[in-house]
Design a protein around this ligand. Structure first.
Ligand SMILES: *[C@@H]1O[C@H](CO)[C@@H](O)[C@H](O)[C@H]1NC(C)=O
Ligand SMILES: *[C@@H]1O[C@H](CO)[C@@H](O)[C@H](O)[C@H]1NC(C)=O
Ligand SMILES: *[C@@H]1O[C@H](CO)[C@@H](O)[C@H](O)[C@H]1NC(C)=O
Ligand SMILES: *[C@@H]1O[C@H](CO)[C@@H](O)[C@H](O)[C@H]1NC(C)=O
Length: 662
């Protein structure tokens, strides 16, 4: 029935759509051209902050994401679809566009009219069309200067409450998350009054690993997390702090308190407090130890300790007094926990006593901690957050971008390029891009035959795009893919990388990675050189006989991927293809014959397999293209936070290809 409707719709609007598409393409082209060539003109027409229109468009920083793009990312439920492309527009207007232009915007153009003609209009297809049209609007806004920079004095106009209070009912109704619109700041503190539930039998294999014969495990634990709700789109928010007291059920059999962080699905090393005071030589946090001691159940001397304490008090030998407290959380007993933000880390006090301290870890700062969530076996009575920042101190890019000439990319070389590295990135990943520039991208800048560029689609927030434009103009290392960004359309960026690498850069090899991938370019080159120059190649961490996940959050439906197996494919965070394969992909795309699937790495595997059926491809597998984190002597490492990138680069400068676990 859906198909019938689409067909009808398409037939009815086909003529108008064609006309519209041509109009849109020409307008977009013109807009893009103006955007990059004449920023001065657009500024003169609408001086920033000079008109009421600009002021009215102030983006409220504590509001939810802008709405335009919200409707676009629809999970596809139709067959993998075919996208098409009319000949890249610059071929139509050779006089209009120069090399400078073509090096800053991807030549990848989506022409929905072509697909309308075939009568196939899938969901994913629709989202590509939406993304294209929204992208057009965003470009137009940037060009006209409507989305101009918010004036400094008005940027901080948005105020946030100094304190927020919720009772247990209100917290539950809010989905067990307390929003902190401006995040936290130095000195902010959150007080939680709650009662841990009595231990219950746990069967979830993720929590309780049961031994043969065990009936069940008694568990009582809860998780208090600070999350960066506004820092990412389309993925789980980073956990800036994860505090996990386990009253019962920890594998050690003792009550413990675990603390950790999670950046892009990668957990750090847990800090476990097991009731022993941190060693004297261990680093402290604002002068506080990371873990305090508590009495263990098997400590039989607690009575004795009490006696000694009284004795010492009576005799007045205060100096040697040491008080030992029990584990701070007890089933069905109310506690008052205070989490405060210090200079070097978070401090946790329970019932007025210091229990743990946790140093700041990832690149996320206090302002990014915009959500407090509580889960697990906990009866929440009230939460009170105070000393919160009243203003959002501008927003991320100003903090993360460092406009220094040494990090500007040189223009594209005229000579032959050995390898082109396309780095997938998102509009608001300013810190990630800066870390790449300051670390491994240095090798690309210094080498005349290595080129690296970021591929970024347009963000739903105007202020992010304005910053992106400035960043792109300054560093010259960003290629804008003119679509509204969406998780399902990442595959378009991969096609854009092939198009750019093969056509604009004319590189011999094309590598794709992510902005949280650390690349050792020289060792990647060495791996490639093992294959004779004339052979087609596909190098990476190759998966054979992988099957689609058919359930859960990231499930792939049979409509999306009807086959039982995936083709052999290299993991997405880092792989290389030879330029003949890239050329094949682009030409298929332009012939409207390229099958696309939402997972870009599987798509690449599928295309290479297709290529291999006519011309043999050398598949080179190495586990040193790490998918999950990092191993020593890596070629590429994944899920690396900006701080880890800089640390790894430092080690590499000393000749050590080691990981940085922090
Ligand atoms: C800041 O906002 C106020 C009103 O909200 C407006 O009157 C003022 O002109 C703005 N300042 C600038 C520089 O745009
Ligand atoms: C739509 O796509 C399906 C499968 O891709 C194909 O079999 C069918 O012929 C297409 N319909 C038209 C009208 O092209
Ligand atoms: C590549 O192949 C061509 C012929 O196909 C040959 O002439 C050339 O010498 C080869 N180059 C290398 C470096 O092997
Ligand atoms: C590539 O093609 C060759 C020859 O047709 C075939 O033997 C080989 O299995 C193919 N490799 C893959 C990974 O599909």
């Amino acid at each position: 029935m859906m198909i019938t409707r689409s067909k009808l719709e398409v037939t009815m609007t086909i003529g108008r759509q064609r006309y519209l598409q041509i109009l849109i393409s020409v307008t977009l082209l013109y807009a893009v051209f103006l955007f990059f060539e004449f920023p001065v003109i657009s500024r003169r027409i609408h001086p920033p902050g000079g008109s009421g229109a600009a002021a009215a468009l102030t983006v409220p920083l504590d509001s939810e994401e802008e709405t335009v793009v919200k409707s676009a990312p629809v999970r596809p439920n139709k067959q993998s679809y075919r996208l098409s492309q009319s000949a890249a527009p610059r071929h139509h207007h050779p006089g209009l566009l120069n090399r400078h232009f073509s090096s800053m915007v991807s030549g990848l153009v989506f022409n929905p009219a072509q697909n309308a003609a075939t009568g196939n209009f899938s969901e994913l297809h629709r989202s590509a069309r939406d993304a294209w049209e929204v992208g057009l609007k965003l470009f137009e806004e940037l060009r006209s200067g409507k989305a101009s920079d918010t004036p400094k004095e008005n940027r901080t106009k948005e105020t946030c409450p100094h304190s927020i209070m919720l009772n247990g009912e209100g917290f539950k109704n809010g989905g067990r998350v307390m929003f902190l619109p401006c995040g936290l700041t130095l000195g902010s503190h959150i007080t939680l009054v709650a009662k841990p539930y009595r231990a219950h039998a746990e069967y979830d294999p993720k929590i309780a690993t049961l031994k043969e014969g065990d009936e069940s495990l008694m568990v009582s634990q809860f998780m208090m997390e600070l999350q960066g709700l506004k820092t990412v789109d389309g993925e789980d928010p980073p956990r800036i702090l994860h505090l996990n007291p386990r009253l019962k059920g920890d594998w050690s059999g003792r009550p413990v308190i675990e603390q950790n962080t999670c950046y892009r699905m990668q957990w750090g090393t847990a800090q476990r407090c097991e009731g022993w005071k941190s060693r004297a030589d261990e680093e402290t946090v604002d002068g506080q130890v990371k873990c305090e001691k508590w009495i263990h159940d098997d400590d039989s001397h607690s009575e004795e300790t009490k006696a000694t304490w009284w004795l010492n008090r009576l005799i007045g030998r205060k100096k040697e007094v040491s008080i030992e407290w029990p584990y701070p959380f007890v089933e069905e007993k109310l506690f008052v926990l205070t989490l405060s933000a210090g200079l070097e880390g978070y401090h946790v006090n329970v019932d007025g006593r210091h229990v743990t301290s946790f140093p700041y870890r990832t690149s996320f700062v206090l302002e990014d901690a915009t959500g407090l969530s509580l889960n697990g076996d906990l009866d929440v009575h009230s939460i009170f957050a105070a000393s919160l920042p009243a203003f959002h101190p501008s927003f991320a890019p100003q903090r993360s971008l460092e406009l220094l000439p040494k990090w500007q990319a040189p223009p594209l070389p005229d000579g032959p390029v050995e390898i082109f590295i396309g780095i997938l990135s998102a509009g608001n990943h300013f810190a990630e891009r800066m870390a790449v520039r300051k670390s491994w991208m240095e090798s690309a800048r210094k080498s005349p035959n290595i080129v690296a560029r970021f591929f970024v689609a347009l963000h739903g927030r105007k202020d992010v795009n304005v910053e992106l434009k400035k960043e792109s103009e300054y560093f010259g290392d960003i290629v804008v893919v003119p679509y509204a960004d969406s998780y399902d359309l990442v595959v378009l960026k991969t096609v854009a990388i092939c198009e750019y690498g093969f056509r604009t850069v004319k590189a011999r090899y094309i590598m794709k990675c992510d902005d949280d991938t650390f690349v050792r370019i020289d060792s990647v080159m060495k791996e490639i050189k093992k294959v004779p120059v004339n052979k087609s190649l596909y190098v990476g961490n190759i998966n054979y006989y992988h099957k689609p996940l058919r359930y859960g959050k990231w499930a792939v439906t049979y409509e999306e991927w009807p086959e039982e197996d995936y083709p052999p494919y290299a993991n997405g965070p880092g792989y290389v293809v030879s330029s003949d394969i890239a050329k094949f992909i682009v030409s298929e795309f332009e012939k409207h014959a390229l099958r696309l699937f939402k997972m870009e790495d599987v798509s690449m595997g599928m295309w290479v397999e297709q290529f291999n059926s006519s011309r043999p491809v050398e598949y080179v597998h190495s586990p040193k293209f790490c998918q999950f984190g990092c191993i020593d002597d890596y070629y590429t490492a994944h899920y690396q936070s900006p701080r880890q990138m800089l640390c790894m680069w430092g080690k590499l400068q000393e000749g050590k290809s080691e990981c940085c676990n922090m």
